[in-house]
Design a protein around this ligand. Structure first.
Ligand SMILES: Nc1ncnc2c1ncn2[C@@H]1O[C@H](COP(=O)(O)OP(=O)(O)O)[C@@H](O)[C@H]1O
Ligand SMILES: Cc1ncc(COP(=O)(O)OP(=O)(O)O)c(N)n1
Length: 268
């Protein structure tokens, strides 16, 4: 029996909705073998982030080496990274192990408003990590911060995705979850813009949607799908997991990663 191994390099979310926990659930549900190198422990729930305990860069490197020297991943998702030494360690590992299909979710601030990346590390993230990615998956606030522009319309989304793609020589999926209307995402790859439309589910429970989408795309890439097909299937998975209507916690609750095997009546 063979199964595509996928590595997530990301932070731990104690409440299980985002970060490494969301990534491993996603990879498992999509038929991959999930592996992890943890950048930070967060004390977090649906109301916000109460604490962050970063992992030393040397130990992060040791985790990545332990995985790559034994079970080489077929794709890698990079999520929350905390500081510049961690970013340099990841960039070094990507080069050293020639890691394939690197999907970088530029997590800067949680939806709760809590910062997850040290402010001084943004330059290292864009200069060291972005150019190594096959795909970047910013949300609208992240794309606004990265381009220094305001993005409030589909043409502005196209302009921003193109700017990021040309600056960092990589494909960009600009996610529309933070827009007011439909949840349409834009893939800009090799000079071509492709829209992936999505109906908005009118519910506050979207904790971990970005983590889930990026690890779903990495999972499909690991299984040999093209970038466009991976985004299409990732979008279908995230839409179903949100629409399932899981309701947990007192704030922005998590989504149902295992919706495909749950009976609707059992989702509370
Ligand atoms: N309420 C919603 N209904 C349907 N899809 C959503 C909703 N919120 C976000 N999405 C989708 O979830 C994915 C993650 O997007 P987004 O929430 O913008 O990212 P992030 O979690 O990084 O802030 C995108 O495909 C987006 O369109
Ligand atoms: C440990 C950890 N990593 C990433 C996030 C951000 O998750 P994301 O899916 O981008 O969005 P929200 O959950 O903030 O809506 C996180 N919260 N924790």
């Amino acid at each position: 029996m063979t199964i595509a191994p996928v590595l997530t390099i990301a932070g731990s979310d104690s409440s299980g909705g985002a970060g490494v926990q969301a990534d491993l659930k996603t990879m498992t549900m999509l038929g991959c073998f999930g592996m992890s190198a943890i950048t930070a422990l967060t004390a977090q729930n649906t109301l916000g982030v109460q604490g962050i305990c970063p992992v030393p860069a040397e130990f992060l490197k040791q985790q990545i080496a332990a995985v790559c020297e034994d079970i080489p991943p077929a794709a890698v998702k990079v999520g929350m990274v905390y500081d510049t030494p961690q970013i340099l360690a990841i960039a070094e590992a990507v080069a050293q192990y020639q890691l394939p299909h690197v999907v970088v979710d530029p997590v800067m601030v949680a939806t709760s408003g809590d910062p997850l990346l040290k402010q001084q590390a943004q330059q290292a993230l864009t200069e060291q990590l972005f150019p190594l990615a096959e795909l970047l998956t910013p949300n609208l606030p992240e794309a606004e911060q990265l381009t220094g522009t305001s993005i409030t319309s589909p043409p502005q989304m196209e302009q921003a995705a193109r700017q990021l793609s040309e600056t960092y020589h990589t494909a960009v999926l600009l996610k529309g979850g933070h827009s007011m209307g439909s949840c349409n995402d834009l893939l800009y790859a090799a000079g071509t813009a492709t829209w992936f439309s999505g109906q908005r589910t009118d519910a506050p429970n979207t904790h971990g949607t970005g983590c889930t989408l990026s690890s779903a795309i990495a999972s499909f890439l690991a299984q040999g799908a093209s970038l466009e097909e991976s985004v299409r299937r990732g979008k279908a998975y995230i839409s179903g997991a949100i629409a399932a209507g899981l309701s947990l916690g007192h704030g922005h609750g998590p989504i149902a990663h295992n919706y495909a095997i749950l009976k609707k009546d059992h989702i509370t």
